[in-house]
Design a binder for this molecule. Sequence first.
Ligand SMILES: Cc1ncc(COP(=O)(O)O)c(C=O)c1O
Length: 368
Amino acid sequence: MQYRRMPIEIEAPEWIGYEHIECNLSESSFADQRLSDLGISVDDLVLFYGHHRGTPGLRACIAAEAMLQADDILITAGAASALFIVATSLLQKGDHLVVQKPNYGTNIETPLAIGANISFLQLQFDDAFRLDVNELEQRITPQTKLVSLTYPHNPTGVSIDETTLHQLIAVIEKHNVFLLLDETYREMTFTTKLPVAASLSDKVISVSSMSKAYGLAGIRIGWIACKNKALMEIFLAAKEQIFITNSVLDEAVAYQYLQKKDVLFTPVKEKILENFRIMKTFMQQQDVLEWVEPDGGCVCFPRVRKEIDMDMQVFHDLLLTTHKTYLGRGHWFDEDPRFVRIGYGWETPEKLSKGLRNIVAVVEALQK
Ligand SMILES: Cc1ncc(COP(=O)(O)O)c(C=O)c1O
């Protein structure tokens, strides 16, 4: 493995220092939650290793929502470790895979660290970041092991419909390759939620997490869902070699949260939608940025209009130093610097609105 740090981690807000950021539009989740606000108690917990696949109750909860069995679920340390387990289990140096781009960094970086050969499926702004299933199929070769996609997508927030999901699965089954579907943002879908893709075929591996929709990134709980028993044994072996089990504390918090998800998540979803409306209104009322409207999640990937001549590094520096506003940067996703990722689900409506106004103010200042 050849590891290197990803720009998105090097420039993460925790490295910038939260004291320097007032309007944090760089986050890709709902606001971090406080344990005492959730009514969750872990006082009686026995601090043992825990179950290797994850607490049975927690797995049953996740499986029920996914139309799967508890044994089809493996608890991991966030979706990040799930993606790592899947990539290192399925790929070796020289293996071929198809990965959507842009994408959440790990989906690209871990296959690269393994030395796998990636064919990118580039989503285009001018094509509304649409997935072209025919183009995807053309990228598959007899050497291809894996196709890796994310929906709802990070950083664009676009999604696919159920018909497209079925077409995708037909393609990967026809070519006998695995599909890794990163479904970390599934709960934050604005329209009808897609089925958990792993419930539709044993060639599909779904990955998800408690971090984004619920604002529980600090408990580091994610999971792999897959009906393929042989594959799940390999994933379990990988998990046992990396961290044996998850923290029982983390699992207990996740379990209790999911047991009362209806009560806890309903207001969260309303807040995300309220912020989405603010984002949408802002986009209609300004002429600095153009975007593809997201279908879900809590991030979007607009770009600075081509008429605006501006050094993007100067723009980001000024935005941070004079307006304490922080955005995701195009180069985090290896895209043109004119793209910015705006996370609209994390801040309060007031701070979100202020941060968005600051973007326009800085662009106007730089145009003078
Ligand atoms: C698409 C996607 N997958 C996975 C992750 C990893 O999340 P976590 O490990 O916190 O569950 C992220 C985090 O930004 C993400 O955006």
